[in-house]
Design a protein around this ligand. Structure first.
Ligand SMILES: *Cc1c(COP(=O)(O)O)cnc(C)c1O
Length: 372
């Protein structure tokens, strides 16, 4: 039987000046990585985050690679990362020849547990990468305290959390560096794209150098170091600027979607729970995520399949790094293991209608109740 509905999990909403700005790039021929939109996107993004420097780049993965390179991370170094994240966080460390050292997550926010960090620090540890998972900010104060105590840098991987706030501060402005992704399903998008935020002038200069193949800023086509081509194009930045102009609208819409889910689903705590929003947090709701309780007898994948048959697209939560071949460990990370096995994302995008939300909730409750 064919489902009547077809509700996608995510997708970009390009309803501002995006088209106008891209057409301007084409009309003027400024389609490569120089141009006014790159500059404007960077300046406006820095302003939005309240930082001195924002550097656009090719994607959210190289946005992590550049600061690690700029800090001189290399062979033999260790970087603390959460096991429960998207693989790009760990891969950026591996690109440098360094080792990602995994830490389990908190049972309620699902973010890296600050209480479990210190036991993983050795004399090889150079820095910490935190991830604001699914748009929920990390509890940054204890992280910054540990970093100061052991003289470590802190990178905030905010790929999923544009506009999220920790105690009133926008993410990406709290650690030494913040990194963002503008992939097609993220809160705002440029198709593919990334951004790095920092207040550290020297670090920004070093990252700018490495982003542009390492060309000496004082001497064209002279190279003192091996750099990379990690630049963003003017066309991507044109889309990004259009998106950024409307970011408050995007965040507001997502918040409304999340609130509607919470309203309709919170009376079923025996069946499932939703990633908890802490009192100090402003969640930016990249994805609304739910966790099935052990009252549900079917597997998470079976519930997702049933929803799929109803025309509702869902997505399993990330597999923890320690379960997969590149980062496999015998050790268990109990919170990440449990959440990853029982959790999934439900459709979250700025244009999801009230009636679709009601339908999704109704089908979700139906399948869960039938499978207790
Ligand atoms: C999406 C994402 C990235 C990588 O971004 P790309 O633009 O896809 O390279 C990095 N970290 C996290 C946590 C992400 O969700």
């Amino acid at each position: 039987m064919k489902a009547v509905k077809n509700i996608p999990l995510a997708g970009p909403v390009l309803n501002g000046n995006e088209k106008k700005y891209v057409m301007d790039c084409i009309d003027t021929g400024w389609i490569s990585s120089n141009g006014k939109y790159v500059t404007a996107f960077e300046q406006n993004f820095a302003k939005y985050c309240g930082v001195k420097h924002a550097l656009s780049c090719a994607n959210g993965t190289v946005a992590l690679h550049l600061p690690l390179l700029a800090y001189g991370v290399g062979q033999g170094d260790e970087i603390i990362v959460p096991t429960f994240t998207y693989i790009a966080t760990a891969n950026a460390v591996t690109y440098c020849g360094a080792t990602p050292v995994l830490v389990d997550c908190e049972p309620d926010t699902w973010n890296m547990n600050p209480k479990l960090i210190e036991e993983k620090i050795t004399d090889k540890t150079k820095g910490i990468i935190v991830v604001h998972l699914y748009g929920h900010p990390v509890d940054m104060d204890p992280i910054m305290e540990i970093a100061r105590k052991y003289n470590l840098f802190v990178i905030e991987d905010a790929a999923e959390a544009h506009g999220a706030e920790y105690k009133g501060k926008v993410v990406g402005s709290i650690g030494d560096v913040g990194t963002f992704s503008f992939f097609g399903n993220k809160i705002i998008s440029t198709g593919e794209g990334g951004m790095i935020t920092t207040n550290n002038e020297d670090l920004a200069a070093r990252m700018r150098l490495l982003r542009g193949q390492g060309m000496d800023p004082e001497r064209r086509y002279w190279f003192n170091v091996v750099g990379y081509n990690y630049r963003m194009t003017n066309m991507q930045a044109a889309i990004g600027l259009g998106q950024l102009e409307n970011i408050e609208w995007h965040l507001e819409k997502r918040k409304n979607v999340a609130n509607a889910y919470i309203r309709e689903l919170s009376e079923y705590k025996d069946l499932f729970t939703i990633q908890t929003e802490m009192p100090w947090a402003k969640h930016s709701y990249w994805m609304v995520s739910i966790l099935l309780t052990d009252k549900i007898k079917s597997s998470r994948d079976e519930i997702m399949m049933l929803l799929g048959n109803d025309g509702i697209e869902t997505r399993p939560l990330f597999y923890p790094m320690h379960q997969m071949p590149p980062y496999y460990e015998e050790s268990t990370y109990p919170s990440a293991d449990l959440i990853s096995a029982r959790g999934f994302n439900i459709p979250t995008n700025a244009v999801l209608s009230e009636s679709d939300i009601t339908y999704i909730c109704e089908r979700l409750v139906y399948h869960c109740e039938k499978n207790t």
